[in-house]
Design a protein. Structure first.
Length: 156
């Protein structure tokens, strides 16, 4: 599988790849929340005749909530993020007119990967309880340096 094909439709059959897809959707949702907040702040500061409106920040709060849900590996949040983004793009097309760019396609793909990643991650079996952490594995190697060297020599 080529690199482009692997990015366009990544495998989410194992925990590492599913987590990568989830992180991709999380980062996109955080970026959308931040960019929306910046634009809403500029709009509120620019328009001084009507006063400050809290409605401009609703979209940013929604995408921040979706990002938190995706971070927690919630399938509902991942699907909600994809649907909300597609609805907002549809509304923008109806308001301004259709314009297909690369960035909206990439954002849609990232949210789609997040949906696939959260569903795959929640289908995977839980990790065994007795599985040591990475820090515990390194601590064991540091405690028994002679045993790890002898294992290396046996394999040679």
């Amino acid at each position: 599988m080529s690199l482009l094909a692997a990015w366009f439709w990544p495998k989410v059959s194992d925990r590492k790849n599913a987590q990568f897809a989830i992180n991709e959707a999380f980062c996109v949702a955080v970026a959308l929340a931040a960019i929306t907040t910046i634009f809403a702040t500029v709009e509120v500061l620019r328009d001084t005749t009507e006063g400050v409106s809290a409605e401009a920040f609703v979209s940013a709060i929604i995408f921040a909530s979706v990002a938190f849900g995706i971070y927690r590996k919630s399938r509902i949040a991942a699907v909600s993020g994809l649907v909300l983004y597609l609805v907002s793009r549809g509304y923008a097309w109806a308001k301004v007119g259709p314009s297909l760019g690369v960035i909206p396609v990439l954002i849609t793909l990232a949210f789609l990967h997040g949906v696939r990643g959260t569903f795959a991650y929640n289908k995977l079996p839980p990790r065994p309880a007795e599985l040591p952490s990475l820090a515990q594995s390194f601590a064991t190697l540091e405690q028994n340096p002679q045993e790890s060297k002898s294992v290396v020599r046996k394999d040679e």
